[in-house]
Ligand binder design. Sequence first.
Ligand code: NAP
Length: 345
Amino acid sequence: MQAEVNRQVLFSSLMTGEPKPEDFEWVETPIPEPDEGELLLRNLYVSYDPGSRGRLSGRNSYVPAKRVGEVMDAQSVSEVVLSRHPDWRVGEIVAGFHGWQDYAVSNGRRLRRVDPDWGPITTAIGVLGTPGLTAYVGMRKLMPASPGQTVLVSSAAGAVGSAAGQIAAIDGARTVGIAGGREKCAYAQEVYGFDRMIDYKAAGDVSGALADACPEGVDLYFDNVGGPILNAAVANMKRFGRILVCGQIAEYNLEPDRLTGLRDVTALIGKRLTMRGFVVLDHAEFFAEAWQTMSEWIKTGRLTYREHIVEGLENAPRAFCGMFQGENFGRGLVHIADPSTPENI
Ligand code: NAP
């Protein structure tokens, strides 16, 4: 059903430590009016993303700190419901960055049409959106694996990690994943095809479990989490191994003076390791290739994905907070509304 007002979730207090639902505020405002050259979007699905946490402590990172009172960041799949823009027509389904709210006005920049041939519209902000692009850019372009290499992926049952592991396997690597809980580990092994999985919550000694799973060491570590798991990975890297730093979710809720990340920098010297951080948005030149390749892989069953869809905008804050305890099992999305044209579902 179409909302009569614009329901919005605002970021309402600077965060320290774990995010709490009370850090957000629910407001209802009039539906905005697009000017000439703009269009009105109705959000159908919005995402909740670990990386958003970095903006919520009042500190600038590679994106400026978010100000209290702003609509919470999210990627979005939306329907054009009113267009005063020559390039966009009513009924089109588009992907963009329109936050936790029912409606948003866009001038068409940073908006792309969702191709229904590529799969369900949710994939535009999932496996064919930022998470999938991140895995593709990282594993295919920045640090590709060679056949026979051992590739380790953390948060391996998650949106980025599951795709990164599958891409490494497509490229002929042996893949070892780390995830929290037996269910996620079994799924990642059976469905995403990881050769071995380590349940870091049950393992106790993750470094020892890694030594067992990778007796000859790790050639490439795709790091989604940082913290103690990064240290366990460094201890198990091969000489001349490579570490691609994609995310550090284990660190996001810690104050700068409490970070627990990389301890043994000397190991980087002794093992001649390369460590590289990246931000997917810097690599837009690879996106067209990534969409083409990954949509083909999805069609032919070589790449699979899982979405964790929470019902209702009002549940977005709780879902975001739960992600830091691993409550999402796949790409974190919130369903707000259905498209008015059934063929677009
Ligand atoms: P995700 O992996 O689908 O979800 C987050 C998962 O992180 C949770 O489900 C949980 O899984 C795990 N986790 C939470 N706290 C943890 C901790 N303390 N230690 C270990 N694991 C923990 O999220 P995603 O969207 O795919 O993002 C994965 C990472 O990629 C994030 O760090 C994100 O910031 C990063 N990222 C980077 C870029 C870039 O351009 N560099 C772009 C997109 C995303 P378990 O149940 O397995 O613990």
